[in-house]
Design a protein around this ligand. Structure first.
Ligand code: OSB
Ligand code: MG
Length: 368
């Protein structure tokens, strides 16, 4: 396969409601899409960077820049391009995993479409539908939170994740438990908002029977998570800290994580994501598929990943309607708390041209 051209397309999609986390509030999703054109087929990639470097060091403009100046030209030189060669071909460029992941996704999608294979099958999926959780942002009041959680439970979501930060942690968890009971699968995500000095405070979450606490401490404080685990009984899950299969293996060995949130963008792509799942399975560490408020393109690929055997916990793979009034693909609709794994070749979905054009804010064609 030879890459003959690549389109960078920016789209702006308003969220159905503001999404507040400990690092900021998102109201619109500014997404960078890639369309890889090869002699055999075209493939789509979705870059999960946010507009600002507040979740990780990456951000949308930087991803577009590194793709345009370094990553795409490095692949353009390859006469016999295959998806598994993308990672090695880009390895000498440090970091920029989300940009690399988007490019690998586009090449992988094109390759699979060209040969009629599905991403799910390629990755080793064993299910045809996946149970779905939902990530619930920080709200202005407990009443608002209870209304939101109640709405999601009515829709059928099988697991609730509450975003927390200092000042919004024990009380909202208590309120949700009191209103909806002990049977609800419940977990929290701090997005690095605490320090080890908060260990005793975080241990106050222990009585609520949470599935896990996600990324309480800063990204680079892996050892501190192992320390935290001596005080806190709730299982610790890492998100931001896990950037590769190697970092996952190290964190597990250190006792810093009992569960891993796998996000393909954060780790450089779907192929590395599968390697992380393999490492975790070898250590009996459960994993689940995280999300970055993806459009239907990224969602399709995430749902395929979530269908792998090691993904034993419901992920943040929510329905299109949880994020967007109109998705750029046919919407993913929750059915009995599950989303269907796409069955068509590649990622299995296509953008609807008119909808895509409507949300497009710029396009750029790279060719050589
Ligand atoms: O930490 O998991 C996170 C969204 C953007 C950035 C980081 C995170 C999230 C979410 C939402 O929690 C996941 C989703 O529903 O896509
Ligand atoms: Mg997280």
């Amino acid at each position: 396969m030879k890459l003959t051209g690549l389109e960078l397309r920016r789209i702006a999609m308003p969220l159905v409601a503001p999404f507040r986390t400990s690092f900021g509030t998102q109201t619109t999703r500014d997404i960078l899409l890639l369309r890889a054109v090869t002699g055999d087929a075209e493939g789509w990639g979705e870059c999960v960077t946010l507009p600002d470097p507040v979740y990780s060091s990456e951000y949308v403009d930087a991803a577009a820049d590194v793709l345009r100046r370094f990553l795409v030209p490095a692949l353009a030189a390859h006469e016999r391009l295959e998806a598994h060669l993308v990672g090695p071909a880009l390895a000498h460029f440090k970091g920029h995993r989300m940009a690399k992941a988007a490019l690998e996704m586009a090449v992988l999608d094109a390759e699979l479409r060209a040969s009629g294979r599905t991403l799910a099958r390629e990755l080793g999926a064993v299910r045809d539908r996946v149970p779905c959780g939902v990530s619930v942002g920080i709200m202005g009041s407990t009443g608002e939170l209870l209304d939101a959680v109640g709405g999601y439970l009515d829709e059928g979501y099988v697991r609730i994740k509450l975003k927390i930060e200092p000042g919004w942690d024990v009380e909202p968890v208590r309120a949700v438990r009191e209103r909806f009971g002990d049977d609800v699968l419940l977990q929290v995500d701090a997005n690095t908002a605490y320090t080890l000095a908060d260990a005793r405070h975080l241990a106050r979450l222990d009585p609520f029977g949470l599935l896990l606490i996600e990324q309480p401490l800063p990204e680079e404080d892996v050892l501190a998570h192992a320390e935290l685990a001596k005080t806190v009984r709730t299982p610790i899950c890492l998100d931001e800290s896990i950037t590769s299969a190697k970092s996952a293996a190290d964190a597990i060995k250190l006792g810093a994580c009992h569960v891993v949130n796998i996000k393909p963008g954060r780790v450089g792509g779907y192929l590395e994501a599968r390697r992380i799942a393999d490492v975790c399975a070898a250590h009996d560490v459960p994993v689940w598929c995280g999300g970055m408020l993806e459009s239907g393109l990224g969602r399709a690929a995430n749902v395929a990943l979530a269908a792998l055997p090691g993904f034993t916990l419901p992920g943040d793979t929510s329905a299109s309607g949880r994020y967007y009034r109109t998705d750029i693909t046919p919407p993913f609709v929750l059915e009995d708390g599950h989303l269907p794994v796409p069955t068509a070749p590649g990622i299995g979905v296509d953008p609807i041209p008119e909808v895509l054009d409507e949300v497009t804010t710029s396009t750029e064609w790279l060719s050589w």
